[in-house]
Ligand binder design. Structure first.
Ligand code: NDP
Length: 242
């Protein structure tokens, strides 16, 4: 591959939650294009993929975020593409939701994205170039019963991306959001058949997304320097009108 266009343009890419599901599909897509890709993992261990640099990191811990970026940057140089993908759900109706249920989902899905974006910004400003993509959800735009915590966190990412877009002004650093609908991963496999069917009934495409189809939108945004503060739905039409 030495000397190919991809190799010459290899970017330092950092994907949180890149050890499985949507994050792994995104990471593999960049690695296949010749980029140098670091993925974070926690308890379940690193992915079995020799093309990815696995760095241990829980995004709720700023110290681990710092350490993971140091390892990635020592191997690959300053991160110029960040995909903040790590996320959890803890679904409960509001009356049964503890404060811990709420804050832990916000801490992972929203504050976790803040932690990695703030850390990545250092290198991006130094390079004069950067791409940040935040993985949100259609739940951010329509809401969903049992997901006041998750929908609030995912909607927060939209305000975050748009505010950062104002801060960045004319710099060649962008921050955009991808909002997937039902996607085939461990997270969606945890749904009951009834919950899954309800979501599919609202999806004109009539099927869940494959993680690679979410990766398509991320790759598009990383290549599209004049798209800023956008929310790209990848939901088979479920969010028509949003
Ligand atoms: P999975 O449950 O399959 O994977 C979640 C990933 O996030 C794992 O890699 C997990 O790491 C990581 N993660 C969770 N908490 C933390 C943390 N505190 N620190 C670091 N990493 C963490 O989910 P998906 O692949 O489906 O989800 C990826 C993203 O897409 C999430 O943000 C999710 O909200 C969003 N999304 C998913 C949809 C779906 O239908 N699947 C629909 C819409 C949005 P570990 O292996 O260590 O647990």
């Amino acid at each position: 591959m030495a000397g190919t266009r991809e190799q010459e343009a290899a970017r330092s890419v950092f994907v949180t939650g890149g050890n499985r599901g949507i994050g792994l599909a995104i990471a593999r897509r960049f690695a296949a294009a010749g980029d140098r890709v670091a993925v974070t993992y926690r308890g379940d261990g690193p992915p079995a993929d020799a093309n990815l640099l696995a760095v241990r990191c829980d995004v709720t811990d700023a110290g681990q975020v710092e350490q993971a970026f140091k390892e990635a940057e020592a191997a690959h140089g300053p991160v110029t593409v960040l995909v903040a993908n790590a996320g959890i759900t803890l679904d409960r109706l509001l009356l049964r939701m503890s404060e811990e249920d709420f804050t832990s989902v916000v801490d992972t899905n929203l504050t976790g994205a803040f932690r990695v974006a703030r850390r990545a910004m250092r290198g991006m400003l130094g390079q004069g170039h950067g791409r940040i993509v935040l993985i949100s959800s259609t739940a951010a735009l329509h809401g969903a019963a049992g997901q006041t915590n998750y929908a609030a966190a995912k909607a927060g990412l939209v305000g975050f991306a748009r505010s950062l877009t104002h801060e960045l002004g004319p710099r060649d650093i962008t921050c955009n959001v991808v909002a997937p609908g039902l996607t085939e991963t461990d997270m969606s496999h945890a749904l009951t058949d009834e919950q899954r069917q309800r979501l599919l009934d609202l999806t004109p495409a009539g099927r869940p997304a494959h993680p690679d189809e979410v990766a398509d939108a991320v790759v598009f945004l990383v290549g599209a320097g004049y798209v800023r503060g956008a929310v790209i739905p990848v939901d088979g039409g479920a969010g028509l009108g949003h």
